[in-house]
Design a protein around this ligand. Structure first.
Ligand SMILES: Cc1cc2nc3c(=O)[nH]c(=O)nc-3n(C[C@H](O)[C@H](O)[C@H](O)COP(=O)(O)OP(=O)(O)OC[C@H]3O[C@@H](n4cnc5c(N)ncnc54)[C@H](O)[C@@H]3O)c2cc1C
Length: 308
């Protein structure tokens, strides 16, 4: 370890052999679609599996928590930030290959969903149109089983390769995995590094039609011009969280700069300089009102980081 580095993690900062970049004290507001979130000890862009393993190893040895995120589009980070490492998957996790014979995509977890959807369109294959306009990464989408009312990414999964906390690569076949509404059976502490997705050939006009219809629907039903994390709450069984919130007259209601969207009541938007605290207080207020009126406990869909 260089003499001036105070810990193995700090040593990575000046270690030329580390295949990645470290940003000390980076504000997570720069890495979330909410534009909210305080500083982390290190924000790390890992470029290879080797550097991801090394980062885990170093964090494990010094007891520093390490979390991998995608594009921060389903994430609320506290105003105080996070006293650990937040990593994103760079170079070697950005590959997106289509196998014509197998009719499958082999996709790195760091690939933006938008790139995958465009690639499917270029190859005239259908099955991923539901993801158009979803601003996440493939890894984040698998973790969240992202999708629409009718379709979700889990239904396309042939296999998922993860890095286990024991630093082993594990490949799950579709039969090993279960998918639910915005959930999967993948253990929370495993890092998705790659997946295989099945698609089927289709007329490009059909694919384009579905994508355009989906985008048009989003434009009308979602507040795309304002920072958000998408749907804040999961839909309770047999009900729509948005309809329940709207029914209580909460559209437009705000705490600080966190506001229940006028367009879609299950979106809380950052209407200026919202803090994580504003968002959390607004979420609590909504939960209390919905519970009082309907006896339903709304569960967050958004993931939290840095909250006690
Ligand atoms: C405008 C807007 C519209 C949206 N529309 C939809 C929609 O239609 N359908 C939908 O399902 N969602 C939607 N979302 C929510 C969000 O885009 C999805 O949940 C997306 O899949 C999250 O991906 P991400 O890469 O941004 O994940 P992040 O927000 O970065 O992370 C989400 C969770 O996944 C974990 N994670 C991320 N990458 C990995 C990895 N490689 N390995 C292990 N864990 C990982 C993180 O630790 C975190 O717990 C929308 C969001 C916005 C802002």
């Amino acid at each position: 370890m260089p003499r001036h580095a105070s810990s193995p993690l700090d040593a990575l900062l000046v270690d030329g052999s580390f295949d990645g970049e470290l940003f000390p004290g980076e504000y997570m507001a720069r890495h979330t679609t909410y534009h909210i979130g305080g500083p982390v000890r290190y924000f790390v862009q890992v470029a290879s599996l080797g550097s991801l393993k090394r980062l885990f190893d170093v964090c494990e040895r010094e007891g520093t928590p390490c979390v991998v995120i995608g594009r921060g589009s389903n994430l609320l980070v506290s105003d105080e930030g996070f006293p650990g490492v937040v990593a994103t998957l760079g170079r070697d996790f950005q590959t997106c290959r289509y196998d014509e014979k197998l009719k499958r995509f082999f996709v790195g977890a760091g690939v933006p969903l938008s790139k995958l959807v465009q690639s499917a369109f270029r190859h005239s294959v259908a099955g991923l149109e539901f993801a158009v306009g979803t601003p996440g990464s493939v890894g984040g989408a698998i973790r969240m089983n992202a999708g629409s009312d009718e379709d979700w990414i889990g239904s396309r999964v042939v296999s998922v390769t993860v890095l286990s906390r024991a630093s082993q690569l594990v490949r799950y076949e579709a039969a090993d995995l279960g998918w639910g509404y915005r959930t999967s059976s993948l253990p929370d502490d495993e890092i998705i590094v790659e997946c295989e997705l099945s698609v089927e050939p289709a007329d490009p006009f059909f694919i384009r039609g579905k994508m355009e219809a989906s985008l048009a629907r989003r434009k009308v039903t979602q507040p795309l011009g304002q920072p958000s994390c998408g749907s804040v709450f999961r839909n309770p069984k047999g009900a729509s969280a948005g309809a329940l919130i709207e029914g209580l007259g909460l559209k437009g209601f705000r705490i600080g700069s966190a506001q229940v969207s006028d367009v879609h009541a299950n979106f809380i938007v950052n209407a200026g300089d919202a803090t994580a605290r504003d968002v959390v207080e607004l979420m609590r207020l909504i939960q209390a009102k919905v519970y009082k009126a309907h006896g339903i406990e709304l569960q967050p869909e958004v993931r939290f980081l840095g909250f006690a």
